[in-house]
Design a protein around this ligand. Sequence first.
Ligand code: ADP
Length: 230
Amino acid sequence: HQAQRVQHEKLAGIGRLAAGVAHEINNPLGVILGYVRLLQRRAEGTLAEDLRVVEEEAVRCQDIVEGLLDLSRPGRGPVAPVALREACEEVVARLRESALLGPVTVEVHGEGVAWAQPSRLRQVLLNLVKNAAEAAGEGGRVEVRLDVDGVRGARVAVSDSGPGMTAEARARLFEPFFTTRPTGTGLGLAVSQAIAEAHGGRIDVDVGPLGGARFTLSLPAPSREQEAAA
Ligand code: ADP
């Protein structure tokens, strides 16, 4: 719990800093990207290649800034009943369209409704499924299991057939900037956990049924009245 408190303080500190700095960086970064894209249209050959690298790295900066802003405000906004099955299928379709899923089989089983901010919840689902697909790798499998009950609320368990993780990685997964991927930002799970907690929920990790990791997101389910009123 000491470690958890330190983690919370670290997040809060980063949040305050991020809120100030990220806004300042966002505008010049937008200008840089605008100009790079303009130049790319006029460039050819190796110059075009070099500009593509500049663009990629600027987009990466944007992702980091966005992640920092998300950490600083994980949860404010209207909550509603979210049908988990539809939300998961949408997220999978979006990842497929943007070719982020690769040659990985994704199955969604079960049903459930969560009481959450729809766009934030989708963001968490996207992070978990994307991570699982990356871990599973070519020819791998990802399985999403949904369920809901009156006591524990709504749950989304994302399992993959990947290699799982080392004890060190497991201890540090939710730390901001912890990553083992060459192009990772290490913000995906930190942001996801912050969002889950802002909803009164959480994310747990263990070894899943496919041999790799299983990330289980728990969220409140809507009460009958909340569901009826929506
Ligand atoms: P990023 O994806 O940018 O690295 P995340 O916060 O989403 O940032 O993940 C942090 C790290 O957690 C990853 O670099 C990886 O080492 C580990 N991780 C996340 N999901 C899985 C998974 N399904 N299987 C194994 N390791 C994982």
